[in-house]
Design a binder for this molecule. Structure first.
Ligand SMILES: Cc1ncc(COP(=O)(O)O)c(C=O)c1O
Length: 318
């Protein structure tokens, strides 16, 4: 069996950490997927579906706008399935992701002009729309709107969670395209109707109505509201400042020897914030995921100068 067929069945661990003693926290380590992130689940599910539905064929140019894990996963699985992949990236891409995407994709286009919000999301989407008009037989994956994105997580991650645990009180998930939380919340609520689903987002993201501002941690948050979120089953939202997520990443490295990506620190910070000061009559069972590893954030979250410059935090991690 090929390595890329080894998606899912990621380890489920119980996390013990100072300050989290009043609850049982279980974490799915999604960085065990073949290309290193939770996005393997979406890419490896969506592409065969599109082939099967004849929405794409081996002459199609598959297009997506992504400077992160989804771009890495799609470029890898397109290569594996012998598909042409064009990735639209922007200048905020990290050097590591740029090397990976450039080596794995058939073609890469980097937009350079910021949009009216000062970011690049709208510029990337406009570039994709131009490409769809000018390239015959091209197809936009569009993770923000594709029903297959959420379906991937319903079928794989959501099912695994329901098979592995006999009870869950709370599910905490970071949000970007909304695929993970939408699919998993639907599946988990079917099996555990009383489970509360808590969406986690960063300050500066507009997904849950916040004020847009410059964000530095890739992977979570968005400057537009994803269409697929309308199908999600969210009970509550916790917004976390980025520096707190980064400090939690550093703490996990020091205290638990876990080298994780920014959104993992984000969800843990959200769990801490959500339960702080709450009277708990039971010992809740909380489930979350760690979407990716720390390596992709060596130039940012695990770089002391960057932490100091962009988030005004001093750290001994470097
Ligand atoms: C690195 C990373 N990838 C993917 C996701 C999930 O995002 P989406 O909402 O696009 O499924 C997250 C969310 O926490 C993330 O941090």
């Amino acid at each position: 069996m090929h390595l890329l067929n080894k998606v899912g069945k990621t380890p489920l661990i119980r996390l013990t950490m100072d300050g989290f003693n009043r609850m049982d926290i279980f974490v799915k380590l999604e960085y065990y997927n073949p290309t290193g992130s939770v996005k393997d689940r979406a890419a490896s599910y969506i592409l065969p579906k599109l082939l099967n539905d004849n929405l794409i064929n081996h002459d199609t140019t598959v297009i997506e706008s992504s400077s992160g894990n989804f771009g890495i996963a799609l470029s890898t699985y397109c290569r594996f399935l012998n598909l042409n992949f064009l990735c639209v990236i922007d200048p905020n891409i990290t050097p590591v992701n740029e090397v990976l995407i450039k080596n794995l994709s058939s073609e890469v286009i980097k937009v350079t002009v910021p949009d009216k919000h000062g970011g690049y999301l709208l510029s990337r989407i406009n570039k994709v729309k131009d490409l769809l008009k000018t390239r015959e037989n091209s197809y936009w994956i569009n993770q923000y709107a594709s029903c297959y994105n959420a379906e991937a997580y319903y079928e794989s991650l959501g099912s695994e969670i329901c098979d592995e645990l006999d009870h869950i009180d709370y599910l905490f998930m970071g949000v970007s395209s909304g695929g993970t939380i939408t699919g998993v919340s639907q599946r988990v609520k079917e099996r555990f109707p009383t489970c509360k689903v808590i969406a986690v987002d960063t300050e500066g993201s507009v997904i849950f109505g916040g004020q847009a501002k410059k964000r530095y941690i890739p992977g979570v948050g968005s400057s537009m509201v994803p269409d697929i979120l309308t199908q999600s089953r969210i009970d509550d939202v916790v917004i976390i400042e980025e520096y707190k997520a980064v400090q939690m990443c550093h703490r996990l490295l020091r205290e638990n020897s876990m080298f994780i990506g920014g959104s993992s620190g984000l969800v843990l910070s959200a769990i801490e914030k959500y339960f702080r000061g709450k009277n708990l009559s039971i010992r809740p069972r909380v489930l979350t995921i760690f979407p990716d590893r720390g390596e992709r954030y060596m130039d940012t979250i695990y770089n002391a100068d960057w932490c100091n410059r962009f988030l005004s935090i001093s750290t001994t991690v470097n």
